[in-house]
Design a protein around this ligand. Structure first.
Ligand code: BTN
Length: 260
């Protein structure tokens, strides 16, 4: 598409401070298109947006519903120089999304569920899928539910997913991406080698798991204690600290947060 939300792609490129931008009416997945661009040696921070995705991908092989015009479905490229970055990038991208929501949705308090589900009012409003492409390039895919009403979500997601509008926040998508890329440049450009104390604090003040008993998808149960400098979730299991570096966790039912 040459025009989107009333402006040309050239104008959006400038406003978002990105070197290359493609906006499509529909794609199977913006991550797949971004991976193609990576193989064609596109430059870091090149961006792909689709109004609709026909095969949107979520984490752990799940599908990601991406109806036309209802959300922001976008991917961008990053250069990765070390083995550690693939763990840090989802955390940093999650922070960027949470801060963009805070910037545009006055009074909102988005939370981050490790590693990078973004929640509003306890429901998922945005998700991130990072994929490597060959050596040295990462694709960061971000999906933000913007306009869906409750009944627009798949039945299985009703009560668990929410859109910005559903939570009472009306945003211009172009402006949202402007805020998002300002945060993306702040957190991911250049990529830090580890999460220093101030980055860990940024995460932990939005961390929805901290102090709660959680279970990992491998069956480990423990209390969430925050994150380590390499982005791992720290669990206290029978008095011993364990670092969880992959997969996802769920909060055990019927328990409240420990007072800290
Ligand atoms: C999750 O499961 O939470 C991750 C969801 C990621 C969805 C986004 S939408 C844009 C990009 N393209 C995809 O196919 N997936 C990501």
């Amino acid at each position: 598409m040459r025009y989107w939300e009333g402006e040309s792609t050239a104008v959006w490129e400038r406003k978002w401070n990105v070197p290359y931008l493609e906006i499509h009416e529909s794609l199977p997945s913006t991550n797949d298109r971004a991976r193609e661009l990576a193989r064609e040696r596109a430059i870091p921070f090149s961006v792909v947006i689709a109004e609709a995705q026909t095969a949107g991908k979520g984490r752990a092989g799940k599908r990601w519903d991406s109806p036309a015009g209802m959300g922001l479905w976008l991917s961008f490229l990053l250069t990765s120089r070390s083995q550690r970055e693939p763990v840090l990038v989802p955390i940093l991208a999650g922070l960027a999304v949470a801060r963009a929501i805070e910037a545009l949705c006055s009074g909102s308090e988005p939370k981050i569920k490790w590693p990078n589900d973004i929640e509003l009012d306890g429901r998922k409003v945005a998700g991130i899928l990072c994929e490597g492409e060959g050596t040295g390039t990462l694709v960061v895919g971000i999906g933000v539910n913007v306009r869906q009403a409750e009944e627009d979500f798949d039945r299985i997601l009703q009560g668990r997913a929410i859109s910005l509008e559903g939570a009472g926040y009306f945003v211009e998508r172009g402006e949202f991406i402007c805020a998002l890329f300002s945060e993306v440049h702040r957190f991911l450009d250049p990529l830090p080698k580890f999460l220093d104390e101030s980055l860990r604090r940024e995460f932990e003040c939005r961390d929805t798991l901290i102090g709660r008993m959680v279970s990992t998808d491998t069956g480990l149960q423990g209390r969430a204690m925050g994150i380590s400098s390499d982005g791992a979730l720290i669990l206290e299991v029978d008095g011993i600290l364990s670092a969880i570096r992959a997969g996802s966790v769920r909060v055990n039912s019927a328990q409240s947060k420990k007072q800290t």
